[in-house]
Design a protein around this ligand. Structure first.
Ligand code: PMV
Length: 369
């Protein structure tokens, strides 16, 4: 059996003698990510059925602060933003329960978390990748402090990625700048099903400047929770074809990223986006997540490309459309978005984001206060 990345945190637990005077805070900021090769379907143990590859975003982030309190009777995560029934609390609780089984010292403290997303509420933008990765980083920091361990930053990100996948699979890819993969693949030495791997070093520097405009076609929460979506792949008639397609698209995407081949990257990303929605529509029961405006955006993006504008689209499991383009063409593409796509968005909402720099530790004294 392989060694858990969390094993350094299973050593001597110094929490026994700690009391109220030793209370401390930790705070992290972590980004969301957009998959170019999609994770859809899983194996037991929260492992992906096929490898995925994503770009970390820069502006779509969550900032989370956790107050760690010793000596209170009630242990565990007792509140989020002061509420005991915040809608995101069960996901965080699930992650904490799993982490506590790996790192028992977490059962001895009381945690109060405060969290804030950079993207406005009601935009239909999922916050689980950023929120869960930020919370995983906080928990690793807490365990490290309790054990008196500084830890190497790369090891720490790997631990957080290993843990974050238990809260939300895609969250495990948010721990790294640029691009990262999750799922064992012969393409990358060190790739794994149990944590994501950064690949920025294999990516052409121009690709690290990519832009992503998120077109908020619908601000309503998506009607297909991702847990149910992943489950719908069990027994799906296209399952084996999907696994082959994802592996082939990983190869193509990696080749495009390293060669700075934007056109090829777009071809594969659009194939992945439409494949994801085809799988969702052809599951039993099938679901239609695209809105008429999503389809219209896709047609307009393709028409603009036929007329010579270099851009492509991708989709998450929802109605909103991500439009990706190169930094050098930002003025022309953003003019097109403003004129042709923004009017199709709910309240004209577009979030202009870009390839990001990864998580950041915050000053715990000021974050979220
Ligand atoms: O991380 P989850 O369980 O919310 O699943 C994410 C699935 C997609 O966003 C549709 C694809 C992906 O790889 O991010």
């Amino acid at each position: 059996m392989s060694i858990s990345p969390l094993s350094p945190l299973n050593g001597m637990d110094l929490s026994a003698g700690l009391s109220a005077g030793d209370n401390f805070k930790v705070a992290w900021q972590s980004p969301s990510n957009i998959a170019l090769v999609k994770y859809w379907g899983k194996k037991d143990g929260q492992l992906p059925a096929s490898p995925s590859l994503s770009m970390t975003l820069e502006k779509a982030i969550t900032q989370t602060r956790v107050d760690v309190i010793f000596g209170e009777a009630e242990k565990g995560l007792v509140s989020l933003n002061g509420s005991i029934d915040h809608p995101f609390l069960p996901k965080m609780q699930h992650l904490l329960d799993w982490m506590t089984r790996q790192i028992p010292c977490l059962s001895k403290v009381t945690l109060r978390a405060t969290t804030e997303n950079s993207f406005p509420h009601s935009t239909g933008i999922a916050s689980s990748a950023s929120g869960i990765s930020a919370f995983a980083l906080c928990l690793i920091s807490i365990a490290g402090k309790i054990h008196g361990l500084e830890g190497d930053p790369a090891d720490m990100m790997r631990m957080a990625s290993f843990a974050a996948r238990m809260g939300s699979g895609s969250a495990c890819r948010s721990l790294y700048p640029g691009f990262s993969t999750w799922g064992a693949t012969p393409l990358f030495t060190g790739s794994s099903d149990v944590y994501a791997t950064p690949i920025a070093e294999f990516v052409h520097p121009e690709m690290l400047l990519l832009r992503d405009a998120i077109l908020v076609v619908s601000a309503s929460p998506k009607s297909l929770p991702s847990t149910r979506g992943h489950q719908s792949m069990n027994g799906h008639p296209f399952f084996s074809g999907r696994i082959m397609q994802a592996n082939r698209n990983m190869e193509e995407t990696f080749a495009a990223l390293s060669a700075n081949d934007f056109e090829k990257l777009g071809m594969v990303a659009e194939n992945e986006a439409l494949a994801l929605h085809a799988l969702i529509m052809s599951a039993s029961p099938g679901t239609m997540l695209l809105k008429p405006a999503s389809v219209e955006v896709i047609h307009r993006v393709r028409d603009a490309r036929s007329s010579g504008l270099s851009l492509f689209f991708t989709l998450d499991a929802g109605a909103n459309v991500h439009v990706m383009y190169q930094a050098g063409l930002a003025v022309a593409v953003e003019k097109f978005i403003g004129e042709a796509l923004q009017p199709l968005c709910e309240n004209g909402r577009v979030i202009f984001d870009s390839c990001g720099t990864g998580p950041r530790k915050l000053n715990e004294a000021t974050a979220g206060s």
